[in-house]
Design a protein around this ligand. Structure first.
Ligand code: Q0Z
Length: 310
């Protein structure tokens, strides 16, 4: 059985390890005077690990952590007129340079803010059962991959690691975080996905859906006197969003994944010897699947940003 995270997170001198996600680590800088973890900052570190079919694979994708970190930083810039973000600095230890960001520690909004521009996955399943998703009524006749009339907000609960997030209605979000904050994170989530697609579609990529995280910065006040709502975590990366190749988009069937299709195709091919239904961990990837997958992450970065990845 593949472990969910490495047994030991990498030690980083000057930082205390705080948390391991599936493919990322969270550290707190140590105060040089007291040697205690700072409470106002965090270091987000992206690894080269990749998940597929809900497993963390044994194979890493070289440069994936750097590509996703650089892409997220670029998106923060593209979105800066819509929402402030948590980024403080990219001056980080050599061991994690390019794949780590020093951020302002926020009080995180305890809702998974999901925006959907196209219908698929759990949203499609809910639509087929109820004609709506998270209480948002949708027109009849939509199929797998259909473009929605406009991006919708389909929040979920934040479940502990290993458990599944549950859909929430907007009313449940209002009860959890208050009406004003609920409306603002809803409108920001759909605006971020709308802006993202306006940019990405010109570059041959569709952003089917995305998960964004917001936090409150109690040291910064907005015009109305409340704490500033800040965009946190990573944004519009292939790990937080479904990227689809626009050239292959065809509603009515499952869409191919921009980044993970080579991995999925190989794991489900007879050549892998893996039976998804067995519950066994998937095998290591062949070198050519690793290299072609790396190339897709780099291609997405270069297509979106117009910059060379190095
Ligand atoms: C992000 C995560 C992981 C990376 C907490 N600015 C912030 N303030 C407070 N908390 C967070 C952030 Cl971004 C925060 N996560 C998710 C987990 C690596 C990001 F292991 N959790």
């Amino acid at each position: 059985m593949t472990s969910v995270v490495p047994a030991l997170p990498p030690a980083l001198p000057g930082f205390a390890h705080v948390y391991s996600g599936k493919v990322r680590e969270l550290y707190a800088p140590l105060d040089p005077v007291t040697s205690r973890p700072r409470e106002d900052q965090l270091l987000l570190v992206a690894s080269d690990r990749i998940s597929a079919f809900d497993f963390i694979l044994d194979s890493e994708i070289p440069d994936k952590g750097r590509v996703l970190t650089q892409l997220s930083l670029w998106w923060f810039e593209q979105l800066a007129d819509l929402v402030p973000n948590h980024v403080l600095s990219t001056d980080v230890p050599d061991a994690v340079v390019g794949r780590a960001v020093l951020v302002k520690r926020l009080e995180m909004v305890p809702v998974e803010c999901i925006g959907r521009a196209y219908l698929t996955g759990s949203g499609l399943a809910e639509y087929r059962a109820t004609s709506s998703v998270c209480g948002v009524a949708l027109p009849p006749g939509l199929e797998d991959g259909s473009k929605l009339p406009a991006p919708i907000f389909t929040p979920t609960t934040k479940a502990p690691v290993g458990e599944h997030d549950q859909p929430m209605t907007f009313g449940e979000v209002e009860t959890a975080i208050g009406q004003d904050l609920a409306m603002r994170v809803r409108d920001l989530t759909t605006a971020i996905l709308g802006r993202g697609n306006a940019i990405a579609a010109e570059r041959g990529i569709l952003l089917a859906d995305t998960k964004v995280e917001f936090g409150l910065d109690h040291s910064s006040r907005e015009h109305d006197g409340g704490s500033a709502i800040v965009l946190a975590d990573e944004v519009l990366t292939p790990d937080s969003s479904r990227f689809w190749p626009a050239s292959q988009w065809q509603p009515g069937r499952a869409q191919s994944s921009y980044d993970k299709q080579f991995v999925r195709d190989w794991l489900t091919s007879p050549g892998s010897g893996w039976d998804r239904a067995s519950g066994e961990a998937p095998p290591a990837l062949p070198a050519d699947v690793v290299e072609r997958t790396r190339a897709k992450y780099v291609e997405a970065f270069e297509a979106l940003t117009g910059r060379r990845f190095d």
